[in-house]
Ligand binder design. Sequence first.
Ligand SMILES: Cc1cc2nc3c(=O)[nH]c(=O)nc-3n(C[C@H](O)[C@H](O)[C@H](O)COP(=O)(O)OP(=O)(O)OC[C@H]3O[C@@H](n4cnc5c(N)ncnc54)[C@H](O)[C@@H]3O)c2cc1C
Length: 470
Amino acid sequence: MDYRVIIVGCGPAGIFTALTLAEHDVDRVILFDQGNELEKRSRHDAKDVLCGWGGAGAYSDGKLNISTEVGGYLLDFLDKNDLINILKSTDEIFVKYGAPDRIFGDLTTSVEEIADQASLAGLEFIPTVIRHIGTENCQRVLRHMRKALDGKVEVKTCCQVKSLIEEGGQIKGVKLADGQIVNSNYVIAAPGRVGASWMKDEAESLGLTTKSSPVDIGVRVELPATILKKITDVTYEPKLIFYSKTFDDKVRTFCMNPYGEVVTEENDGIITVNGHSYAKRKSNNSNFAILVSSTFTEPFRDPIAYGRYIARLANLLGGGAIIQRLGDLLAGRRSTGDRIDHCLTRPTLMKATPGDLSFVFPYRHLQSIIEMLQALDRLAPGVYSRHTLLYGVEVKFYSNRIEVSQEMETKVKNLFAIGDGAGITRGLLQASASGVIAARAIASRIKGEQKSAKRVGKAGSQGMVRKPAQ
Ligand SMILES: Cc1cc2nc3c(=O)[nH]c(=O)nc-3n(C[C@H](O)[C@H](O)[C@H](O)COP(=O)(O)OP(=O)(O)OC[C@H]3O[C@@H](n4cnc5c(N)ncnc54)[C@H](O)[C@@H]3O)c2cc1C
């Protein structure tokens, strides 16, 4: 099998690479994914949740952050205006395939008022503009994208790429799990977080330079939606940053889901919590994460192992996710089934085990989370209530960051690394945009190659081939 371009991973990064290559009429493109076609995926199967057509985006909340500061590091590669343009055009592609029109968070007087109130509470407010697709609409958008690629790009699901093949500093193709070799001029690796350890191993064997990223550890907070209504009606997803008083650690809110639900996810046998919200189905609660960022230097340089260790401890104590009322945590006692029953906030995740998060988190993290909740209470009274529910643990592992050029090319010629798996992005829009960037670079190189091949052909046919020097 010979192809011009191979894409590893059918998540947003891989899909947007394919859509852009198709738009530039690049032929002989194939996408491989170890997971299944969208209609064969089930959100109740841990493997399916992250793998297959749509990648982790398929069951995501579908919040597109149209912001240069959030969702990835593309600003390290592009000029701010260029990045804004790419993010906007990538967002337009989502709309073209069915994402709703509505945008939240335009810089209005109300947003500025929230920013002022946040600063009085000791919080930094990062304004973001968000389009909310909603979990159920994500499926529709992804189906439309799949259809648009019919006849233009080959898609092979349930097909794992085992390794990347390089020769003399240039990519030559990939080896599949069944041993088959597929040759190509270009390879784009877009394996997502689920393929991060595969990417790390491949980077090591190809001698690519990587940098370790911080690990973000914390809780998912759930409370009655009315408490945050004033803020979420205006900004949808307030990004708030706080530096903890005791440790001066960076603490932030993440992934706000107004009227949403708390969920668990499983990655490599570890159960962690997350949250999402539907465009139509509404609960009475809002949820968001409070995450504490930790970076390690010497001699320990494995933040992922640290995060997994804490998550595993929660799983050991709770058999999965743990739920605790803030009131119980502050009173130094575990939550029990009875205490959760008395809680005015009704949990949306019923299968979490009532327990004690103080057995799970290091003092440093717990203290920072409590101080952040106190600061948030000054912005939105009611957050620091004893009826606020905390679920643990939420961990955000970020892949080791692979060194790439502005075009997302690694130091192996024609091998590009994009999306969350390459540690370059952390969200849907920037992951998709990284695919657009790589695909545009490849399309322009292919056009250049075709032009020069034509010139050589013409020169040859007219007897104009230059004579070797005497
Ligand atoms: C529950 C949840 C909610 C989220 N909500 C949001 C949100 O609201 N907004 C937001 O911006 N982001 C959200 N995210 C994050 C977002 O989904 C990711 O940032 C995005 O999907 C990353 O895209 P990607 O293409 O880089 O990787 P992924 O989407 O992870 O796709 C990678 C694909 O590569 C495949 N793959 C990996 N290795 C191989 C291999 N060796 N061979 C073949 N295939 C392979 C995988 O099977 C997978 O399908 C959410 C994530 C989760 C889990």
